[in-house]
Design a protein around this ligand. Structure first.
Ligand SMILES: O=C(O)CCC(=O)C(=O)O
Length: 324
């Protein structure tokens, strides 16, 4: 039977539809959001892969790598166009990944403490207060890849840390255009694991296809239960859509477009599944006319921007250029 209420939906959002502002904070958004995923697995947790077996990069080494261009091969660009995502090897070195993992651990503990068992804990806009995270968010290497994939100069929308603690369940199926209050599909998210991510840890997983939205015609988002997640799964299965749910090697980074449907499995390991995610959008984009509940705390990422107006605030500098 369909649920009629969800205790993690802020009281101010319990009546009405999606056409309202999210009334909670960003962490409350994630705590609610993962309840919208169907879960069946309860297998015992297995050991995680650990952190990369490399000395952490110094901050100078980290900044130098993140400033270095990365050549996006024509075949990778073709895959991105055809499938709406691409996984690129060796974007980060093991030492840089190790440094990011260690810094992220400090930031997460400072914000959320250590009593986080089974949760999905998040941080946003880390770049505003932390030098290491600023080097990631404003990285010419990562911004350059985003620009090459979107074939446009790109602005940053926000940065993110996404930590699935051991045993935390799936991330619901979605595509980011549902969430971002941006009136464009020309947006892309770099998802950067801070360890290897084997299958049992719940890697980000992608439905292959340039634009699968027509398969979901008539489906409405379920803000209290798991029916949307289940229906997306069922429609993809019925249409034999292929899902790429493979592991990530250390240093591999995926880029998925706002049109790409994606999900992530349960973290079935004893190690937190952690990734940094930075979202970029093509310069010139505008804010949609009516941001919704599932746009979360978007005003923090576009302060002062108004519905229908340009998406180009002081917190959205151009960080990647098509022809630098
Ligand atoms: O990390 C996750 O499980 C979800 C992340 C995601 O959906 C995204 O970065 O677009």
């Amino acid at each position: 039977m369909a649920l009629t209420e969800n205790p993690l939906l802020p009281a101010a959002n319990r009546d009405g539809g999606l056409e309202q502002e999210w009334a909670g904070n960003d962490q409350q958004w994630w705590d609610w959001y993962v309840t919208l995923a169907a879960n069946t697995a309860t297998t015992p947790l297995v050991d995680g892969p650990g952190l990369p077996d490399a000395a952490p990069a110094t901050d100078d080494e980290l900044s130098a790598l993140l400033a270095e261009p990365y050549a996006v091969e024509p075949a990778a660009l073709q895959r991105f166009r055809a499938e709406s995502f691409v996984k690129l090897p060796g974007v980060l070195t093991p030492g840089v990944v190790r440094r990011l993992a260690e810094r992220l651990e400090e930031l997460l503990v400072a914000e959320h403490g250590t009593d986080t068992a089974g949760r999905f804990t998040a941080l946003e806009q880390m770049w505003l207060g932390d030098d290491v995270m600023r080097a990631v968010a404003l990285s010419p290497r990562l911004g350059g890849i985003a620009a090459a994939l979107l074939e446009a100069d790109v602005r940053i929308y926000h940065d993110n840390a996404l930590s699935k603690e051991p045993g935390c369940g799936r991330t619901p199926w979605h595509h980011d255009a549902e969430h971002f209050p941006l009136a464009t599909l020309a947006a892309v998210t770099a998802w950067m694991p801070v360890s290897a991510i084997p299958r049992e840890m719940g890697p980000l997983s992608f439905a292959r296809g340039a634009d699968l939205r027509p398969l979901l015609d008539g489906l409405s988002f379920d803000r209290v239960g798991t029916s949307y997640d289940e229906a997306v799964s069922a429609r993809f299965a019925a249409a034999a859509v292929e899902v790429q749910d493979g592991p990530y090697a250390v240093g591999e980074v995926s880029f998925h477009s706002a049109a790409c449907f994606h999900t992530a499995g349960r973290n079935g390991t004893t190690q937190p599944r952690r990734a940094l995610a930075t979202t970029y959008f093509a310069d010139g984009a505008r804010v949609v006319d009516a941001p919704t509940l599932i746009s979360g705390t978007w005003q923090e990422f576009l302060p002062g921007a108004v519905p229908g107006g340009p998406a180009a605030t002081t917190l959205n500098p151009v960080v990647g250029q098509l022809s630098p």
